[in-house]
Design a binder for this molecule. Sequence first.
Ligand SMILES: CC(C)(COP(=O)(O)OP(=O)(O)OC[C@H]1O[C@@H](n2cnc3c(N)ncnc32)[C@H](O)[C@@H]1OP(=O)(O)O)[C@@H](O)C(=O)NCCC(=O)NCCS
Length: 173
Amino acid sequence: MAPFAEYEPQNHGVEDSSVAVRHARQQDAVAIVAVDATRQPRPPSHLDWVAAQLARTDAFHVVAQCGDQVVGASAVKFWPSPADTPAGWYVSGITVVPGWRRRRIGDRMLAFELAKVDRLHEPTWSVVNARNGASLDLHARHGFVEVARAATFAGITFEGGTGVLLRRLARAG
Ligand SMILES: CC(C)(COP(=O)(O)OP(=O)(O)OC[C@H]1O[C@@H](n2cnc3c(N)ncnc32)[C@H](O)[C@@H]1OP(=O)(O)O)[C@@H](O)C(=O)NCCC(=O)NCCS
């Protein structure tokens, strides 16, 4: 189990139109736990945590689905200001199940949630491991730019030692 996708900028994906991107509902909690578990092992309590996140009114959740299978999940959530990052809307946990990657699913989920934040006329933030080239390139495609690098952001530490704080300004809709 690898936390990041292999960085392969020489390859390019093709959209899979059999996959639908939609709002996540409370009934998706078990499927979202399964998606999250493809990145790192999760304790049994993760289901309660996901259910609580889905109930938040200051978060937008999205899943990607093909037939009955949920193949990706993401969210954008409001973080009140911790010491070292601004308060605001943060991309959280964007994950596509291995085997479903490079089909524009991450791209479409991110676009879906960014459109929600744009409607609020607020910037969107994200914190990404500096070694996660796939995620950095995905964010760059959507207009995120690097604001800072540090060993920790909001209490998050990074494998390899460095995280990147990214910001995207709201686009007029
Ligand atoms: C990052 C992740 C969500 C991307 O999802 P995806 O559906 O495979 O990505 P897409 O097909 O939508 O790719 C859109 C663009 O992102 C970039 N990208 C995505 N995967 C990439 C990779 N492995 N290598 C290089 N660039 C990549 C490319 O610019 C790509 O456009 P292109 O295919 O035309 O070159 C997925 O790799 C993943 O789940 N990784 C593990 C979890 C993770 O690291 N999440 C991010 C935490 S901050």
